[in-house]
Design a binder for this molecule. Structure first.
Ligand SMILES: Cc1c2[nH]c(c1CCC(=O)O)Cc1[nH]c(c(CCC(=O)O)c1C)Cc1[nH]c(c(CCC(=O)O)c1C)Cc1[nH]c(c(CCC(=O)O)c1C)C2
Length: 445
């Protein structure tokens, strides 16, 4: 593909700029770090022959691009020490915790000035594809909030449609855009249903592995994927959508083609997630962020079975390959119709992540503590409140969920205009309030 200078597309100039900034940011440090951290720097900045511009990569090109820039010497997963702070993993597995672990969806992102500084110079997908940059962004929240209980690897759910051959642009102020969305079932022929994971998404494995090296066992590293229906939604809508009318039209008019796509996505996601564990991920989260756009019948037919398949098959595959059997979380946003949470609790997911439209005590009543852990669910907009008010809201939330089998988080993600100090207030409040509650309970017993 020739370099393009169309409006809204990244040009060679900005790619060069991004690469240049990477060099400026990293040059001396990266060379020094390379010697100690297993990163090999190979021709950083040299675009491979025929490569697309950043953010517009085709499958083969993205692998070549990442490989052309930097190679990470991956440390085998069995050589990593376990996390010293393993509260998140214990809470997910249903083991006792002395306090509630806390992290935030989208904690590595635009509300952090240090993220925005890097983002000024680099296209979003360039950042995802550069292991040094992506690892740095992944660790930024932990550097700022040292008591945070987990890091989530910086990437995006839309790297899977890219690996299947679709073009995705991240347009500032607009979000993801697919210039050639899937219009009708004949368009499925354009997709690669069996992409070579290492070639197309090996750069994500590099970020996972490098993060695990750099986090130095302080906290667990979370890997994630979008769920099949959520990804299908972006691929057919061509970006975010309020009504989801195009993708839902597919479900009603082309159910068989829809299932063909959902199954292909499921198979890819399974392989992708297993690969993340092989690279070092210690917990996996599956984001069905668009699940609530389906009514109960559509959800039961087009989302739930694929979500379950992912958990069952990822765990079976981890066992078969002798990889660590990591806990899995599902975030089925706005899915709470009768029976839905109960069914997810019966699946192989260890944790259900909840949005803020359900009271903590109601969720805990519906999901037996014997069956699953819960994660969530503070309204992200609550972070606009004062730190004192945040603390009071956290107190209610932790009381509602209880301190065991519970992971505090937002009901969705951090927003770009959040004040990082308010995120800090959330973290500290969860940790102090829950430790205090546990102390009181043990004294009472
Ligand atoms: C920081 C960021 C991300 N994605 C996007 C950004 C902003 C990009 C920018 O700087 O322009 C674009 C980006 N990516 C997406 C969107 C559209 C949806 C949205 O606006 O929330 C945008 C703007 C699509 C996307 N991307 C993601 C989801 C699922 C979770 C959710 O519902 O929020 C979805 C739906 C997952 C995601 N995305 C990201 C992470 C990183 C790790 C972390 O959580 O800190 C994760 C887990 C990172």
């Amino acid at each position: 593909m020739a370099p393009s200078s169309d409006a809204g597309q990244t040009s060679w100039a900005s790619l060069t700029l991004a690469v240049g900034v990477g060099a400026v940011l990293g040059a001396a440090a990266a060379v020094a770090a390379a010697k100690t951290s297993g990163v090999e720097i190979s021709e950083f900045g040299k675009a491979p022959k025929g490569a697309a511009t950043a953010g517009r990569l085709k499958p083969d090109e993205s692998g070549a691009m990442a490989a052309g820039r930097r190679k990470v010497k991956r440390v085998p997963v069995e050589d990593f020490p376990p996390a010293k702070n393993d509260l998140l993993l214990r809470a997910a597995r249903g083991e006792e915790t002395e306090r509630v672990p806390v992290w935030m969806h989208r904690q590595a992102g635009r509300y952090l000035p240090e993220f925005r500084e890097l983002r000024k110079h680099a296209d979003f997908f360039t950042m995802c594809q550069d292991p040094e940059l992506a690892t740095e962004v992944t660790l930024q929240p932990l550097e700022r909030f040292p008591t945070l209980d987990a890091v989530i690897v910086f990437s995006d759910i839309l790297v899977i449609p890219q690996a299947m051959g679709m073009e995705v642009q991240m347009v500032p102020g607009r979000g993801p855009v697919f210039p050639d969305r899937l219009v009708d079932p004949a368009d499925l022929d354009r997709l690669n249903f069996k992409p070579d994971m290492e070639k197309t998404l090996g750069y994500v494995y590099d970020v996972v592995n490098l993060t695990r090296q750099r986090v130095k066992a302080r906290v667990p590293v979370i890997g994630f994927s979008g769920a099949p229906f959520t990804l299908m939604g972006y691929m057919i809508e061509g970006g975010g959508s309020k009504t989801m009318s195009k993708v839902k039209a597919w479900l009603y008019c082309h159910p068989e083609a829809s299932k063909k796509l959902l199954q292909a996505l499921t198979d890819i996601i399974i392989e992708y997630l297993v690969g993340k564990v092989r690279a070092g991920a210690q917990l996996l989260e599956v984001f069905e962020s668009s699940g609530g756009d389906l009514g109960p019948e559509l959800y039961d037919e087009f989302s739930h079975p694929y979500l379950c398949q992912i958990a069952t098959k990822v765990k079976a595959e981890l066992r078969a390959q002798g990889l660590p059997e990591v806990p899995m979380t599902v975030f089925a946003r706005n899915v709470r119709h009768e029976g839905a949470l109960e069914k997810l609790a019966d699946s192989e997911y260890d944790t259900l992540s909840l949005d803020w439209n359900i009271l903590p005590e109601v969720a805990r009543r519906r999901v037996s503590i014997k069956k699953a852990s819960l994660q969530g669910n503070l309204d992200p907009c609550a972070l606009y409140a004062s730190p004192d008010r945040i603390r009071a809201l956290v107190q209610d939330m932790v009381k509602g969920f209880g301190t065991q089998r519970y992971i505090a988080n937002l009901g969705h993600g951090m927003l770009p205009d959040h004040d990082p100090e308010h995120a800090h207030a959330l973290i500290l409040a969860v940790q102090e309030v829950s430790a205090e509650m546990n102390k009181k309970t043990s004294q009472a017993n």
